[in-house]
Design a protein around this ligand. Structure first.
Ligand code: HEM
Length: 538
């Protein structure tokens, strides 16, 4: 809630100013569908529209969006905030599919760019046209199959093993923040592979980025942010300075690496050993960005944007996964059963090893080999989407498939948090954690046991279109890192669940703090125990 609460002193002034602006600017034409005015969402007020609602904490706002989808189903409703262009809130997958197919018509526009400019500048999230294309191409080079193999065979096992060692040494001591553990893994991975740098989750940069992301997200909730930041923005400005400085350091380090390579300074070691394999691909992203974009400031923006896209989303998705696993012990048992079956197939038990406690080889776990784990991960992404809202702005007059006419500059919002809870799309149990919705039975001879019954092995199936389950976005700008995120989840979840028992060291519900993504406020404090007992009985 952070700054949103601090804004309290300014709310009254903001409302008065908003009313004045509304009076001075006169009434705008309402958005219509087939000639009829759109309905207003709950709590819409005269003059200020939904402006006050948007000043509330992000968690309250997510609940309100959910209430809207419950009340209106797939119907498009009006959103109005003084001083802003007219807006709509869409719920229907058909409308969203239209948006994904018409990328040029629905861009981030001035509305988004103005607010996220300080943090992302010309980074891929803000870029359009040729600059976007070049950054996307550089990202595709970074995320190619060979690099992803080094990710799963070398880098991730190494960083995962370091975190496992840290967790083992925390046993019997105080609580550990699992959110920090997962951010440490994704931070090290992205820093090394993308930029050939060492970074950690609690670096100054990471903390400043976290703060700046929260303050940037607040700009989307507070229509008078440009004024309120004159009074409350000093920490934000300092954070941005730290972030930008770090961006310049990433570029300087890449330029240095490049000149060393030109001078023929090779890293020692055989090209086949793990460290060399990792060194060879390290920095692929930043080097491709340098090749693709001449301007070093833009390269720095691009680098910081990729870092946020890859590191925060995946670390947070893992955190919410373990939050849900803490509440669903049967899912934990099912993951362990899946691991046990794989270990039984792949590793002949060694006499001197205790198979229940040996660290399994993480490379055994791939999205294909652990369908139940993938179902848990996607069920978490459904209930806790790392990017919970999307906003686009119309670049020309257009009509949505449901007949809603949108004038140029209209703002279009969809809330993944709410759409992922729609009973129309997901059925009556849309609110429940039920990974099985992503599994289908697959007959095979001599399959495993568990809830799937003898002879049947589950297969992970998404079963929904990207516009029904837009967690990774859709169309030409769909997430580039989906595969990377799934590969990380496929290793991290089984290894952690196999080795440890986690107990909550908190009470009540965990919520998200305001951010461009979905960080857990206060982290996920847990007590860690070494796992004991026979997996078949727990
Ligand atoms: C669970 C993890 C992830 C989720 C839920 C996720 C989700 C998304 C979403 C919703 C977008 C669209 C954002 C927007 O433009 O408003 C996006 C874009 C993007 N994601 Fe991911 N992402 C994840 C992991 C990753 C990873 C690991 C990377 C790797 C670097 C990555 C790279 C990108 C990039 C580069 C874009 C911009 C694509 C473009 O504009 O062309 N993401 N992601």
């Amino acid at each position: 809630m952070g700054l949103v609460v601090d804004f309290g002193n300014y709310i009254l002034a903001a409302v008065v100013l908003a009313v004045l602006i509304r009076l001075v600017s006169g009434s705008r034409k309402p958005i219509k569908r087939n000639g009829e005015r759109l309905k207003n969402p709950p709590n819409t007020l005269p003059l200020v529209g939904n402006g006050l609602k948007f000043l509330q904490s992000r968690w309250t706002l997510l609940g309100w969006f959910d209430q809207c989808q419950r009340q209106f189903g797939y119907e498009t409703v009006a959103l109005s905030v003084p001083t802003l262009p007219p807006g709509v809130l869409i719920h229907s997958p058909r409308n969203l599919e239209f948006v994904f197919k018409n990328e040029g018509l629905f861009t981030k526009g001035e509305f988004v760019k103005k607010r996220s400019w300080d943090l992302f500048g010309n980074g891929i999230i803000n870029a359009d046209g040729d600059l976007w294309k070049r950054q996307r191409k550089a990202g595709s080079v970074f995320l190619n199959t060979a690099n992803l193999r080094v990710l799963t065979e070398v880098a991730l096992p190494q960083y995962l093993a370091e975190s496992v060692r840290d967790l083992q040494s925390s046993i019997g001591k105080g609580p550990v923040d699992l959110q920090h553990v997962f951010h440490e893994i994704t931070t090290k991975l992205m820093a090394k592979m993308a930029y050939n740098m060492e970074m950690h989750a609690d670096d100054d940069f990471s903390q400043s980025f976290d703060f700046a992301s929260g303050a940037t997200a607040e700009r989307f909730q507070n229509p008078l942010w440009a004024i309120t930041e004159l009074f409350t923005g000093s920490k934000f400005r300092k954070s941005i300075a730290v972030v930008k400085d770090f961006g310049r350091r990433i570029v300087a380090s890449a330029v240095h690496d490049r000149s060393r390579q030109k001078a023929g300074v090779e890293s020692p070691g055989s090209p086949d050993d793990d460290d060399s394999k990792l060194d060879q691909i390290s920095g692929t992203l930043i080097q491709s960005l340098l090749d693709a974009i001449g301007n070093e400031d833009t390269v720095a923006d691009a680098a910081l944007t990729y870092l946020s896209a890859g590191r925060d989303t995946t670390g947070q998705a893992l955190t919410w996964t373990f939050y849900l696993l803490l509440q669903h012990p049967s899912a934990v048992s099912e993951i362990r059963r899946e691991v046990q079956q794989l270990l039984a197939q792949q590793q002949p038990p060694q006499d001197d090893a205790d198979p229940e406690h040996a660290t399994p080889n993480p490379t055994l776990f791939t999205p294909l080999s652990v369908p139940y784990t993938m179902a848990v991960f996607h069920e978490t992404l459904r209930l806790y989407p790392p990017i919970p809202f999307e906003i686009r702005q119309c670049q020309a007059d257009t009509t949505l498939p449901d007949g809603t006419f949108l004038p140029r500059h209209a703002v279009l919002v969809w809330c993944l948090w709410a759409m992922h809870r729609s009973r129309l799309t997901w059925g009556a149990d849309a609110d429940a954690f039920r990974p099985e919705r992503f599994l289908e039975k697959q007959q095979q001879h001599g399959g495993g046991e568990g809830d799937w019954g003898a002879g049947a092995k589950p297969r992970f199936v998404l079963g929904k279109s990207v516009s029904e389950f837009p967690v990774f976005y859709g169309g030409a700008r769909a997430c580039l890192g989906r595969k990377m995120a799934e590969l990380i989840a496929a290793q991290v979840i089984p290894v952690m669940v196999w080795l440890f028992e986690f107990e909550p060291a908190f009470e009540g519900e965990r919520v998200s703090k305001t951010s461009l993504t979905l960080p857990m406020e206060g982290g996920l404090p847990v007590r860690v125990r070494r796992r004991v007992g026979d997996v078949r009985s727990n």
